[in-house]
Ligand binder design. Structure first.
Ligand SMILES: *Cc1c(COP(=O)(O)O)cnc(C)c1O
Length: 222
């Protein structure tokens, strides 16, 4: 398993470098390893392989699993429930999924209580099959409001359409890139195992990959 993960990570980095070069870009996107449903041992192996960014979707799952890790950046990728805000802020270094003001307010309040500056991304919806995410046209306004609440808005995150139609995927990612240029910040979190190449071509600075590194997940977890 360890060698498999190392090999997959090495192959991913090599291909990522190729896609970046072919796109005429110079900065290589950050790779967030999405470890949902994976055991803690897989997280430790990923860190051992050189991964420094770990993503999880569920606060309860992450709680025990990510406790006491070597220094890595922990990204929350799940839907933010306001009643979990305090736990999320305690457990994670960045929240990528702020898609509405009340979630942002709850996170900001929790961060204040803990004396912590919380980097966040505004999650926008660019896919008819996705349930969450702010309207891209509202992203700028929401980002301003979140900044007023005291959150550090670093940019945008979006989940691509679950589609094999590459032009549809590209159009969606281009909408995200346009919204990102209005919001500003350092981070456009775009692209998963199936669509990161297209995302990188459209300007992604951070890809979130699970399956490409760890293999297929057991059914159900999303
Ligand atoms: C599960 C998940 C990923 C990773 O998905 P893969 O297809 O396994 O790479 C990335 N981002 C979010 C928000 C996720 O929920």
């Amino acid at each position: 398993m360890e060698l498999e993960l190392r090999g997959r990570y090495r192959a991913l980095n090599a291909e990522l470098a190729d896609v970046v070069r072919a796109a005429g870009r110079s900065n290589v996107p950050t790779v967030v390893a999405v470890t949902k449903t994976q055991p803690r041992s897989a997280v430790l192996e990923a860190i051992d392989a050189g991964i420094r960014d770990i993503g999880e979707n569920y606060y309860q799952e992450a709680r025990g699993k990510l406790a006491g890790l070597p220094p890595v950046r922990k990204h929350f990728l799940g839907h933010v429930q306001t009643n979990k805000a305090k736990g999320i802020v305690e457990e994670f270094d960045m929240v990528q999924t702020v898609d509405r003001l009340d979630a942002g307010r709850a996170l900001a309040k929790a961060a204040r209580g803990l004396g912590k500056t919380l980097p966040v991304l505004v999650q926008i919806n660019i896919s008819p099959t996705e349930r969450y995410g702010a309207d891209p046209a509202e992203a700028e306004r929401l980002a301003d409001q979140l900044r007023q609440e005291g959150l550090q808005v670093d940019g945008l995150m979006a989940i691509g359409p679950n589609s094999t139609d590459q032009s549809e995927v590209r159009r969606a990612f281009e909408r995200a890139a346009q919204a990102f240029s209005r919001v500003g910040g350092s981070t456009l979190s775009l692209g998963m195992s199936g669509d990161w190449r297209e995302a990188v071509r459209c300007g992604s600075t951070m890809i979130r990959v699970g399956t490409s590194l760890f293999g297929p997940r057991a059914a159900k977890a999303k």
